[in-house]
Design a protein around this ligand. Structure first.
Ligand code: FAD
Length: 410
């Protein structure tokens, strides 16, 4: 028997496990999936929890519900990966697994301790994150009883998961405070290390306009140095000091600690990976899906989904002794909630910035690119159902992995 080992049973790992279980000859291959956590989190749903739109039960499911029976699913922390020896050591029962092919899908995680003072006195009192379920729930409780003041949202450094989520948070907050009759009592400030609201010109101009219309003060090129929670201020390296009553932090993101323990990552524990083949730069039988790699694509579930077919094809080719195909184009697709039951959709890749048009069908849409519409909002709300029922199962959907120019105009 040969072994395909998948580390991490979140978005990427679960999709690979499902798809490979249908493609590999299970008389010849054994597939093992390892994750330390029994619970699968629908992370895009964390955004809605602070505003009471979703509750925790909307975003959690048992991981086992999504793992095919033909696969061995182990709940354990991974102690170390030893790619030069083609083996992985687990903490549970000190089990050692030898593999023929390895897929790493251990994701990325927030590290508030990387920013001086962020976890001091104010953490989870008037400083919150919404990138964890715990943080989102505590923030929800805080917002229920908040009477207003200055809310500062700070992005510490890039890359972060779903780079539009901070903007969505601001737009939903604006809506939430309006609904509660508090908007004139809340000043909203957005501090980001980016030079504008987003990374590419056209999206940045649309989103920048929206930020302005919503009355959000944008503090661009802001690289946070420290949080002084005694004085309720944040300070940047260029000595800009900003006061807050409520600080929402998007902390530094890093790859899994096991990547560091295994000496496989860069300074942020992201694994050096070929951006078009998804093969690691150092080991030909080690592949990366989702957030765990250092490729310049967005860290998003949609990206993991667009990676899936390329990674699976290249795994099958490697098993046949063939070279991988450079087919991953960095395709990303994000719905951006803009509040008041409206949303924006962007679709882009390594080479093409978000463009206006219709998606997925030309003229018909139903979604509009780079435009605020109600249909885009309902697309975002429907995505949760699609995630649980279609994407995680690795089901083929009639959208290619690569970005299409159909329906877009320059
Ligand atoms: C607030 C928020 C909003 C978002 N919004 C969107 C959105 O609108 N659209 C979108 O496409 N994406 C969105 N995302 C991003 C998306 O959720 C992630 O990019 C996606 O889940 C990444 O998949 P992954 O498989 O790489 O990692 P994950 O799904 O995070 O899975 C990693 C798995 O590895 C396991 N693991 C890690 N270390 C170990 C270890 N040592 N031992 C065992 N197991 C381990 C973890 O338990 C976890 O199950 C959002 C994320 C957040 C936080």
């Amino acid at each position: 028997m040969k072994t395909l080992l998948i580390l991490g049973g979140g978005t990427g790992g679960t999709m690979v496990a499902n798809k490979m279980s249908r493609l590999l000859d299970m008389q010849e291959w054994k597939i093992i999936l390892v994750d330390k956590d029994e619970t699968h989190y629908y992370q895009p749903g964390f955004l809605f929890i602070p505003f009471g739109i979703y509750s925790p039960k909307d975003v959690v499911r048992p991981k086992r519900d999504f793992v095919p029976h033909s696969i061995e699913f182990i709940i354990s922390d991974i102690e170390v990966i030893e790619p030069d020896k083609n083996r992985v050591k687990l903490t549970r029962n000190k089990r050692v697994i030898n593999y023929d092919q390895l897929v790493i899908a251990t994701g990325s995680h927030i590290h508030p301790e990387e920013t001086e003072g962020l976890e001091d006195g104010g953490w989870q009192k008037n400083i919150f994150d919404f990138y964890t379920l715990d943080g989102a729930e505590k923030l929800s409780h805080f917002l229920k009883f908040w009477n207003g003041g200055r809310m500062v949202l700070n992005v510490t450094e890039m890359p972060i998961k779903c780079s539009v989520a901070p903007l969505e948070f601001l737009f939903l907050a604006d809506w939430f405070f309006h609904e509660r009759g508090l908007r004139d009592k809340v000043e909203i400030v957005y501090t980001t290390p980016l030079p504008g609201a987003f990374t590419t010109a056209r999206a940045s101009s649309l989103l920048g306009d929206l930020v302005e219309q919503k009355g959000v003060n944008l503090e661009a090129d802001y690289n946070i140095m420290e949080v002084d929670s005694g004085k309720n201020v944040i300070r940047s390296y260029d000595e800009r000091e900003i006061e807050y009553d409520l600080l929402i932090s998007i902390p530094t993101h890093m790859g899994a600690e096991v990547v560091e323990r295994s000496g496989m990552g860069d300074e942020l524990n992201f694994i050096p990976t070929h951006k078009h083949t998804l093969q690691t730069k150092k080991w030909k039988n080690v592949w990366v899906i989702g957030d765990a790699g250092n490729i310049p694509a967005s860290k998003a579930g949609s990206v993991a989904h667009f990676m899936l077919d390329v990674l699976v094809e290249n795994l099958l080719r490697a098993i046949e002794g063939l070279e991988p195909r450079p087919d991953f184009d960095g395709h990303a697709n994000c719905f951006i909630e803009s509040g008041f039951e409206k949303g924006i959709l962007i679709d882009f890749n390594y080479d093409v910035e978000p463009l206006p048009g219709k998606y997925p069908l030309p003229i018909l849409g139903p979604f509009s690119l780079l435009k605020e519409t109600a249909a885009n909002h309902w697309g975002k709300m429907a995505f949760r159902w699609v995630y649980w029922n279609v994407l995680l199962k690795g089901t083929k959907i009639p959208l290619g992995s690569q970005m299409s120019m159909i329906g877009k105009y320059a």
